[in-house]
Each structure stands twice: as structure tokens, then as C-alpha cells.
Write a protein that binds this ligand. Structure first.
Ligand SMILES: Nc1ncnc2c1ncn2[C@@H]1O[C@H](COP(=O)(O)OP(=O)(O)OP(=O)(O)O)[C@@H](O)[C@H]1O
Ligand SMILES: O=c1ccn([C@@H]2O[C@H](COP(=O)(O)O)[C@@H](O)[C@H]2O)c(=O)[nH]1
Length: 306
């Protein structure tokens, strides 16, 4: 059986519940950077057992949340260690002295905080229904849903983000954003949530991302793969595009996304399939019918007859 969720303080989980934001696109829920920061700050402030700043992982969660919103955590590895150094990201030597100083987050503390976390990768072509099904799993199985695409869109719009422009052009072109950005966003969100079970939606999209995430964050339990013919996904995306406001829900971007998925992301599914770590679900039917299949898989794996 797969590990169940960790205990979190009532205040912290209430803060997290209240701070979950609905995305503009299709009602799916994700942690926004500011929501994570608020929740983590509440969480850290309720922790009396933390003997000194930076010593408990709850504090780490708060720091990573601050880092997530400041962008400092991204691209700041020091000699291979993901540390935050005196508020100056190693890639940004122009950082001004008035920027806040962030204490170091030791790799070993991060590792400890992430130990035993359950991660399920949710993959499938663009518009197959990953977000729709993840929402059901959040409701019924207490998972935290982290959509890599949504986290990137939030980062793209964060004032002052040094990655905004890069993310924007990659998304429009259906290209894959450099993995350092996406992995940092995912890892920060996992740490800040303080929760134990994660659905990582739309990631990894490339083999190197898969290997890096499993090596530096946490190995995945399995991949939930949603299968669907391209013409069905196209129809869904075009319909969603009528109201989503997404820069990539248009025919030109959709074609590019399909190509990237087939050429770059499908090999990830094939890799996990070869080692027996994929559950495939056909997605042509109604959302309810698809969920009945998904639920069947999760009921067996998590031994919870919902
Ligand atoms: N089984 C289904 N039948 C019909 N429409 C569906 C089904 N599942 C999802 N949809 C609709 O299709 C659109 C795409 O679904 P959703 O956003 O969940 O896909 P996604 O895989 O998360 O997309 P993306 O790859 O862009 O992240 C949405 O408008 C959603 O309401
Ligand atoms: O790991 C990831 C996830 C997403 N992207 C980029 O975002 C868009 C949209 O992703 P959705 O999953 O459809 O929301 C995707 O086409 C990529 O450009 C990424 O680079 N890496």
C-alpha cells in the first residue's frame, strides 16, 4: 500500500484550504505562489516546536514559499546544492542589497522534508482531461493537485519574475520550459503545502525532466496515463479555447503542442510503461465514465473504497 497523508496543523490546513485558488481556465485548483506563501507563513507561525529559525521543516516550507514568490530559489544551486544564498540568486549578481535576505536551505533538510511523499505523475496529450480527473481525485482521495502548466502560468504573471517572458514564449510555441524552472516550482509547492500525496499533472514532459525530478525531489509511485485520439483532444481544446483565455488554446499552438507531446513526452510514458509503472485510462467517454475507471485504479491501490 502507498503511504497516506501526513498530519498538518488545523490552522495550516485551514489556511491552505482557504488559499487554494481556482485558475481562470477551467476551474481546476492549484496553489498560487501567494497562497502558498500565506499558508506557509501561517503554518510556520503556529509551530512552537521550532527551536531556531531554519531548523524545522515547517520553517523550510515557509522559506521555500517565500523563495517561490521571490524567484530566488530558482536557478540558485551552489555547487550542485539547491541553497538560497543571502538573498542573492547565483544567476543574478545584480540583485540589490535591499532585497530580503533568505537563510540557507540545506539539501539534507529538503530531502528529509520530502521523504516518504507520494508522487503520481499524470500524463496525457493536451486537453485529454488531466485537470478534470485530478479534481475528482483531490475530492475523493485527498491528493494535492499540482499542475506544472498552471504553476508556470502563475510564475509567468508574477510581477518581477525573471522567467515571465521565457515561459510566455515557450507556452505559445508549445515548447517545454527549461526543467530547472518547472522542477523548482513543483518542489517549492510540495514543500510549502506540507501535504503528503501529490498529483503532478502535465509533468514530466521530457525524459531528462523525469530522471532529474526522481533523483532530486522524490521518485514517482506510478504514472497515470490518459489516452485519447488527437481529433477528440482537438475538439475539447477548441471548445475550451472559446472561454479559457489561454494563449495556447488556438489551432496554431495546439498543433505544436500535439507535436511536442508525440515527439518528446510520449517517450516518457513508454519508459515508465517498460518498467511496469503506468496505469493507462482511455478518455474518449464522458468525464464521469472516465472517472469510474480512474477511481477503480485508485481504490485498489489505496485500499480505500470510496
Ligand atoms: N471526458 C471528457 N469528455 C468531454 N470533455 C471533457 C472530458 N474531460 C475533460 N473535458 C473538457 O475538455 C477540456 C480539457 O480538459 P482539461 O482541461 O481537464 O484537460 P487537460 O488535459 O488538463 O488539458 P491541458 O493539457 O491543457 O492541461 C475542458 O474544457 C474539459 O471540460
Ligand atoms: O512541465 C511542463 C508543463 C508545461 N509546460 C508548458 O506549459 C504548456 C501548457 O501546459 P498544460 O499542461 O497544457 O497546462 C505546455 O505546452 C508547455 O509549453 C512545460 O514547459 N513544462
Amino acid at each position: 500500500m502507498i503511504a497516506s497523508s501526513a498530519r498538518v496543523s488545523a490552522t495550516a490546513s485551514a489556511a491552505l484550504r482557504h488559499s487554494l485558488l481556482s485558475s481562470r481556465t477551467n476551474g481546476r485548483r492549484v496553489f498560487s505562489a501567494s497562497a502558498i506563501q500565506r499558508a506557509a507563513q501561517d503554518k510556520a507561525s503556529t509551530t512552537s516546536s521550532s527551536s531556531r529559525k531554519g531548523s524545522s521543516w515547517l520553517t523550510i516550507a515557509a522559506l521555500t514559499a517565500v523563495a517561490a514568490t521571490s524567484g530566488y530559489y530558482l536557478f540558485s544551486p551552489v555547487e550542485g546544492k539547491a541553497t538560497v544564498k543571502k538573498g542573492v540568486p547565483s544567476s543574478d549578481v545584480r540583485a540589490s542589497p535591499e532585497k530580503p535576505s533568505l537563510p540557507k536551505i540545506a539539501e539534507s533538510d529538503k530531502k528529509k522534508a520530502l521523504q516518504g511523499k507520494t508522487v503520481i505523475f499524470v500524463l496525457g496529450g493536451p486537453g485529454v482531461g488531466k485537470g478534470t480527473q485530478c479534481a475528482n481525485l483531490v475530492r475523493d482521495f485527498g491528493f494535492v493537485h499540482l499542475s506544472a502548466g498552471d504553476l508556470l502560468r502563475i510564475e509567468q504573471e508574477r510581477p518581477g519574475s525573471q522567467y515571465g517572458e521565457l515561459i510566455k514564449t515557450h507556452i505559445k510555441e508549445g515548447k517545454i520550459v527549461p526543467m530547472e524552472v518547472t522542477i523548482a516550482l513543483l518542489e517549492n509547492s510540495m514543500l510549502a503545502s506540507g501535504q503528503s500525496r501529490f498529483l503532478i499533472d502535465g509533468f514530466p514532459r521530457k525524459m531528462d525532466q523525469a530522471l532529474k525530478f526522481e533523483e532530486t525531489v522524490v521518485p514517482s509511485e506510478f504514472t497515470l496515463y490518459f489516452e485519447c485520439p488527437e481529433e477528440v483532444m482537438l475538439k475539447r481544446l477548441m471548445k475550451r479555447g472559446e472561454t479559457s483565455g489561454r494563449a495556447d488554446d488556438n489551432i496554431e499552438s495546439i498543433k505544436k503542442r500535439f507535436r511536442t507531446f508525440t515527439e518528446t513526452s510520449l517517450p516518457v510514458v513508454e519508459y515508465y510503461n517498460k518498467i511496469g509503472k503506468v496505469h493507462t485510462v482511455s478518455c474518449e467517454d464522458s468525464p464521469e465514465a472516465v472517472y469510474a475507471r480512474v477511481k477503480g485504479i485508485f481504490n485498489k491501490l489505496f485500499n480505500e473504497d470510496k
